[in-house]
Design a binder for this molecule. Structure first.
Ligand code: EPZ
Length: 441
């Protein structure tokens, strides 16, 4: 356990520059898409993070040859796709949720797929019913066993008319990755349209897919008999960029996030400005966004997370830390995941005043009201944060703990830091580059 601890001496503003690479939540899906191609694919600017390692390992277990080029380039050769050993898949998948997206591509390539029991951040129940119902509509047969899911498509996959009960990112990706090579037309209603999904559609179009994005969350996909490989530069990681922006704000710092792109972050930027943060967009080819605390007091605000183009749920946790420093009462209604405020317990321990509520404190339609989920938060600030011993609960909540420890007075110990490497490349090196006083015990 001791090698998984960082000591954080708080109270120093973060100053300097870091760079974000391709978005974790696109890169991992584009890697799965490479399985669908009949020729080599090349993905550029891939971050060195644990989620990428997991997907790479799963691809290799299925016979895809993966090699590396310069500057984060990954090359996938899918000419020998083969079935993998169930035990090896189970060991390798670890706590990732990406394996569920292997279904469509493996069914097309091999007629069968095995999917281990899924992990992922514990931020809610995280069921996969939408995925399995969609696969069944395409003609797949799902057999649930204690070791995982055995899925087969004895008569191939056929296009289907589908409506998601909620615009789930993963289920939309599932449908895309399955429909592109299914026979006939697929119509998906109530689809997610996050920028990472639009970028995945770009990847698939490069491979030869025909996908139309209509208004009102409707996608229409014309299945094609075969796909080729792709060359793709992913959209930048807007979740990581927002995390560093909030770290700059909460520590009274000034951070230039090279690679951050305005168009993917406009909802976040509006909130950042509303609460008193300053930013400047640099549109040059190698540009980014500079985020800083302009002095004076931060302002309280009422927020609700939502599917795109609403305020992304992964922006909520770092924003909450910044809101502990804002004057007045802030209200945050989380409508995407039912249990995404677990990380606030540690903030309260550090001196923040945060009260959680079961009620919907906001007007966005939400599935969690009257269901006993503490999914609204009221934050009263500004609070002086003091150091504490912290245990990383999940990826975004964990980063937020770091922000709090950096903003706090005194020395904190943060346990379980390796979880952060799932989604943040060179996390410790970036903190050091920004002048944070951190050390291994
Ligand atoms: C993706 O998760 C991201 N993960 C999440 O980021 C992100 O928070 C989320 O989308 C929302 O934008 C990846 O891309 C790897 P969902 P995903 O399906 O696809 C419910 C991070 O830290 N649901 O859109 O798993 C579900 O319980 C992670 O980078 C069902 O009920 O999210 C949730 O309440 C955390 N049944 C809601 O839909 C299903 O079958 C949205 O989940 C599927 C989902």
């Amino acid at each position: 356990m001791t090698d998984d601890v960082l000591v954080v001496h708080g109270g120093t503003p973060l100053h300097g520059e870091i760079r974000v690479r391709g978005a974790k939540n696109l890169v991992s899906k584009a890697m799965v898409a490479a399985l669908l191609g009949e020729s080599e694919s090349r993905l550029y600017d891939v971050p060195r993070i644990r989620d990428v390692e997991v997907v790479r390992g799963l691809l290799e277990l299925h016979g895809v040859r993966v090699s590396e080029g310069p500057d984060g380039e990954l090359i996938f050769d899918p000419s020998n796709v083969e079935e993998a050993n169930v035990d090896e898949i189970n060991v390798h998948a670890g706590s990732s949720r990406i394996p569920i997206l292997f279904c469509g591509p493996l069914l097309h390539r091999l007629g069968r797929a095995f999917i281990p029991n899924l992990g992922g951040c514990r931020i809610g129940d995280r069921p996969i019913d939408f995925h399995l119902n969609a696969l069944r509509e395409f003609g797949a047969v799902v057999d649930k066993t204690p070791e995982g899911l055995h899925i087969a498509a004895p008569r191939g996959l056929r296009g289907a008319k589908l409506t998601l009960p909620y615009p789930s990112v993963g289920a939309t990706e599932q449908v895309l990755l399955t429909a592109v090579r299914a026979e006939g037309t697929t119509e998906l209603r109530n689809a997610a349209v996050e920028p990472e999904i639009i970028d995945l559609i770009c990847v698939l179009q490069k491979m030869g897919a025909i996908i139309n994005v209509h208004t009102d969350r409707v996608l229409r996909i014309e299945g094609v008999p075969s796909l080729s490989g792709y060359r793709h530069r992913p959209l930048p990681d807007r979740l990581e960029a927002a995390s560093w922006a909030c770290a700059a704000l909460a520590t009274h710092g000034d951070v230039y996030v090279r690679g951050a792109r305005q168009v993917d972050m406009s909802t976040f930027l509006n909130v950042f400005r509303t609460i008193g943060g300053a930013f400047e967009v640099d549109d040059s080819p190698e540009g980014g966004i500079r985020f800083w605390h302009p002095g004076g007091e931060l302002r309280a605000v009422a927020l609700e997370t939502d599917v795109h183009p609403g305020l992304m749920t992964d922006w909520q946790q770092p924003l909450v830390v910044a809101l502990t420093q804002a004057r007045g009462l802030s209200i945050v209604h989380e409508t995407v995941y039912e249990q995404r405020f677990g990380f606030t317990e540690a903030l309260v321990k550090m001196g923040a005043t945060i009260q959680l509520y079961r009620e919907c404190l906001g007007s966005t339609p939400c599935r969690f009201g009257q269901r006993n989920f503490l999914h609204s938060a009221v934050i009263s600030g500004p609070s002086k944060l003091h150091a504490a011993d912290l245990e990383i609960p999940d990826l975004r909540g964990g980063f937020s703990h770091f922000i709090a420890a950096l903003a706090a007075e005194g020395t904190s110990r943060v346990y379980g830091v390796s979880l952060i490497n799932r989604g943040y490349e060179d996390f410790e090196a970036k903190l050091t580059a920004l002048g944070a006083h951190i050390e291994r015990p």
